[in-house]
Design a protein around this ligand. Structure first.
Ligand code: WT7
Length: 650
């Protein structure tokens, strides 16, 4: 976190547009306004009721044990099997023939995996893991493309109580080995490779290289996806020779509610990655409830699609555990949105009749840039709920999403949460909330999120400051794997008794929440704290801007000056007049204090592999410094292209 800002965040952007849910939607919505009241009257009782969504082998004695804060225990004494809650109980209820996963491979291969088939495969994988010496409590690292076997591997681990740690398939051998090492994993499950942007990419060589440095790894279990040549070592076993031939008889054993379910490393830009630890009962309760409430999932009729990768927490909670615990039918897509053409996602929505779509602002802004005519070629009328996650969504991107994907009448849920929170914390409820473009709005029932000033006092409506969580929540991280002290220092040391999320936020006049980005990105201009998000949103509200990234560059006069990098939309070139117009547009929208000192046109922006803009690197350019560490970028050549482009333009 940066130095505590001298002044709380300025509150610049205002928004008057609101979109109440249609009466028809509200009438059949899974959750009504009563949920807020019930949870306010009896918060723990509310969560206890949500835990009843799951099958427990043994009831809990206590809903919450907060005797040793901030180390929480939820549903203590309770026992359940997470995988059985995602699979067995649906099959036992006669839903075995329901499709769990409509898999769409990038090259066009498809598979429809029913709940019965998924259960069968998970049982065989569970038997295989046991045969390979994995026991409850042992860690398993999963390094896979987006194929059904990735979910199978996760659920097989959950079934036998072996915490998994999924490492995103785009990470390098070094990143992989540091995570295997930190987790002390006994087994790695991987594929030979996967398909991306029309080509096969390799994963197995990275595993071979990583495992050389990791003596804890005894076996590597390899799925064949691409069929490319791979080196074969003594420790390697093939999925086809083991899982495919293993027995499909497996009785799931129940584990304690606080049994570790997974470790997920946050892609921290500096320092050692943090292994965020999640456990079983509370995590599954909140993942399941929020998926039901926020997306209004009707498992008999909906076709749900979350476009995240399984390597991120979104993939854990809203591809695997939330949807499967709710018996959803979902789409899983292996590849990129522009392969073989920029209409691929909309083609998939049309093909499967997707009703609920959950994606990220970075993707939405890319679709805006590609043009309105692309989605217009497809029938998207099946869609009935649209979700957004990962970054603040700019109001104009929100409006574009509503209009061009949602046909102007579909509720949008902007969901704020983190790897650490495990599940959605702040979001509209689609049948209740009158939505506002750009605002995540309200904490979900049973969640107490607030915005506080630097002293930790709640700011009034209209004020800005730091987003905190005041009360423990079921799917909260339990610690940082192997490092309780870092857990305390990172999240609990800033404000007494409150979890500090690291994000800036404001409350508008109605008390609705607006997320304003990481506090490390907040700018200090002439003594005013200004969020990058608001200036970016102002730029994106200009018809010629698809995407913007804003940084504060040191300035002799103002402390920091605002420098904006923009990607154009609908026009191919800029001019000095156009740049002046953009600066004037920000000044008009937000006030003269937010007027950028400089606007720079670029063809692309530096982003992490999960799609977040890395402003730190743009600050290096704006301050004319040597560019810092680029290893967490999705494409680490982008910075040199931006630099060359700028020099060429001078
Ligand atoms: C950070 C967490 C949550 C799963 C994916 C990212 C930002 C996330 C929103 C949103 C504004 C958002 C925050 C948060 N963020 N969702 N709806 N509006 N900001 O998980 O990688 O742990 O990142 O993403 O800055 O702290 P993550």
């Amino acid at each position: 976190m940066a130095e505590t800002p001298q002044e709380t965040l300025a509150n610049l952007l205002s928004e008057d547009r609101t979109f109440p849910p249609s009466p028809e939607f509200s009438k059949t919505a899974n959750v009504t306004a009563a949920a807020y009241e019930e949870a306010a009257a009896d918060r723990l009782g509310f969560w206890e009721q949500q835990a009843r969504r799951l099958d427990w082998s043994k009831d809990w004695d206590r809903v919450l044990d907060w005797d040793d804060p901030p180390f929480a225990k939820w549903f203590t004494g309770g026992e359940l099997n997470v995988a059985a809650n995602c699979l067995d109980r649906h099959v036992e209820a006669g839903l075995g023939d329901r499709v769990a996963i409509h898999f769409e491979g990038e090259p066009g291969d498809t598979r429809a995996v029913t709940y019965a088939a998924l259960l069968d495969e998970v049982k065989r994988a569970a038997n295989t893991l046991t045969d390979l010496g994995v026991e409850a409590g042992d860690r398993v690292v999963i390094y896979m493309p987006m194929i059904p076997e990735a979910a199978v591997a996760m659920l097989a681990c959950a079934r036998i109580g072996a915490p998994h740690s999924v490492v995103f398939g785009g990470f390098s051998a070094t990143a992989l080995s540091s995570r295997i090492d930190d987790a002390g994993a006994k087994l790695v499950v991987c594929a030979d490779g996967g398909f991306r942007k029309g080509k096969a990419f390799a994963l197995k060589p990275m595993v071979d290289e990583a495992v050389e440095q990791c003596p804890t790894v005894e076996k590597v279990l390899v799925v064949t996806r691409t069929g490319q040549d791979v080196d074969w070592n003594d420790r390697d076993v093939k999925w086809e020779d083991t899982v495919a031939t293993a027995s499909n008889e497996h009785v799931a054993q129940a584990f304690d509610a606080e049994h570790p379910l997974f470790i997920l490393y946050t892609s921290g830009t500096t320092g050692k990655p943090k292994g965020i630890l999640h456990t079983s009962g509370g995590y599954l309760t909140q993942a399941s409830y929020t998926h039901h409430a926020v997306f209004d999932l009707k498992p008999e009729s909906d076709v749900y699609w979350c476009t995240a990768d399984i390597g991120w927490v979104t993939g854990h909670s809203y591809i695997v555990y939330g949807p499967l615990s709710n018996g959803a039918t979902q789409v899983m897509y292996e590849g990129t949105p522009d392969t073989p053409h920029t209409g691929r996602l909309w083609e998939i929505v049309q093909k499967y009749g997707v009703t609920i779509l959950y994606t990220a602002p970075t993707a939405i802004r890319t679709f805006m840039k590609w043009g309105d005519d692309i989605p217009a070629r497809y029938d998207l009328t099946s869609l009935r709920v649209l979700g957004s996650v990962g970054e603040p969504i700019n109001p104009e991107a929100w409006m574009w999403y509503r209009e061009h994907i949602g046909g102007g009448n579909v509720p949008i849920v902007d969901t704020w949460w983190q790897t650490e929170t495990g599940a959605i914390m702040v979001s509209p409820l689609p049948g209740v909330t009158a939505t506002k473009p750009g605002s995540a709005q309200r904490p979900l029932p049973g969640i107490s999120v607030d915005v506080v000033d630097e002293q930790g006092a709640s700011v009034p409506d209209g004020g800005g400051g730091f987003l905190v969580i005041r009360e423990p929540w079921p799917s909260m991280l339990r610690t940082i794997w192997g490092d309780d002290q870092r857990f305390l220092d990172t999240y609990w040391a800033h404000f007494d008794g409150m979890y500090f999320a690291g994000d800036g936020a404001k409350k508008d006049g109605d008390g609705d929440l607006w997320l304003l980005g990481r506090v490390d990105d907040i700018m200090l201009v002439s003594g005013h704290n200004i969020s990058t998000t608001e200036v970016e949103s102002a730029l994106v509200s200009h018809a010629t801007v698809a995407e913007a990234a804003v940084v504060g560059a040191s300035d002799p006069v103002t402390g920091q000056g605002i420098v904006a990098f923009v990607i154009l939309r609908g026009v191919s070139e800029s001019s000095p007049e156009h740049l002046a117009e953009l600066r004037g547009h920000v000044s008009k929208t937000l006030g003269p204090i937010a007027k950028p000192r400089q606007v720079i046109v670029v063809a692309e922006l530096p982003k992490t592999r999960s799609g977040k803009i890395m402003r730190r690197l743009l600050r290096d350019i704006a301050e004319d410094r040597e560019i810092g560490d680029v290893t967490t970028l999705a494409d680490n050549t982008v910075m040199s292209r931006i630099k060359t482009g700028l020099q060429g333009g001078k």
